[in-house]
Design a protein around this ligand. Structure first.
Ligand SMILES: NC(=O)CC(=O)C(=O)O
Length: 300
């Protein structure tokens, strides 16, 4: 293990301070893609945006939830592929290696045996699979006359929390509905994550109320950077209209960067100094009263 890795893995503020001193910031790009029914076109557009982001200096490029397929339970079977053997995985792995960037590959419907998952694969700058997260909390909601969605009709849930390390920063991955579960973000922070990335596709009912609120809540609770990456909003009449508004919340829970509903790419730098600053000035991480409460219990 390199010095850098050992600092990142440690949650003690002393280790974070040393890492901050060594680190010059991670340049990220969040790509808000317009997604249509043509899978090859969707994947080609993603690859093109990865190269463009690299040209603008990005070291890590993140794509949205369901970027190779329309978002709907009726599409998942048809668009599903194996990860990492499928064509979308191969295209992203190649793009990561050619551009020399880390690619957080949004999500694709993944086929594994007779099961389907909603899966994010992460590729390192040599094109190697760095991490694979399967949506842990499936999007099953019913808001009468607004939106009813039941991913569990066709998808299986993942069963683990996913973190990886890139350029000296530990990063946690969640997918869309996972953002609503604070315990998951809390565990990522406890494991040393300074950044959480959520490919997500909130909708026109929950998006206006909850999208930014939840990003800021997770950033505030965990005193970490939180990035949300959405597909662009589809035109009126589309079966599912994503809210858009990809954004980055900082560890103070401010939102220094956000897009609107249209396609676009958000460029920003993840500065570990801000994580260190918030965590030392508001030291909630060592003020938790776990002698009185234990909020995380495994259910049987
Ligand atoms: N699409 C999702 O997984 C989540 C969502 O839209 C919401 O929580 O609202």
């Amino acid at each position: 293990m390199s010095d850098c890795e050992s600092y990142v893995d440690a949650t003690h503020p002393r280790f974070l301070k040393k890492l901050v001193a060594m680190h010059s910031g991670l340049k990220i790009a969040l790509v808000q893609l317009a997604v249509g029914p043509d899978k090859a076109k969707n994947v080609a557009a993603a690859v093109q945006e990865i190269h463009k982001a690299k040209e603008k200096g990005a070291q890590l490029v993140a794509l949205p939830e369901c970027f190779n397929s329309p978002y709907g339970t009726e599409f998942f079977e048809e668009y599903a592929e194996e990860v990492p053997a499928g064509e979308t995985s191969r295209a992203l792995s190649r793009a990561a290696a050619e551009a020399g960037v880390c690619v957080v590959g949004g999500t694709v419907p993944e086929r594994c045996g007779d099961r389907l998952y909603n899966t994010c694969a992460v590729w390192d700058p040599s094109g190697k699979l760095l991490a694979q997260h399967r949506k842990l909390h499936l999007f099953d909601i019913d808001i009468p006359n607004k939106i009813t969605f039941k991913e569990s009709d066709v998808l299986s849930p993942g069963d683990k929390i996913t973190t990886f390390e890139f350029n000296g920063i530990k990063i946690g991955i969640g997918i869309c509905y996972d953002l609503r579960f604070g315990e998951m973000a809390h565990i990522m922070a406890q494991e040393g994550c300074a950044l959480q990335i959520y490919p997500g596709a909130f909708n026109m009912t929950t998006g206006p109320l909850h999208w930014e609120l939840l990003a800021r809540a997770r950033a505030c609770d965990t005193q970490a950077w939180v990035a949300l990456v959405s597909p662009a909003r589809a035109p009126p009449g589309a079966a599912y209209r994503a809210w858009g508004h990809s954004l980055l919340a900082d560890p103070w829970a401010a939102v220094p960067h956000a897009l609107g509903p249209a396609p676009g790419t958000l460029h920003a730098t993840i500065d570990l100094n801000v994580v260190e600053e918030v965590r030392s000035q508001i030291p909630i991480r060592r003020q938790r009263r776990t002698d009185v409460y234990d909020t995380i219990k495994k259910s049987k």
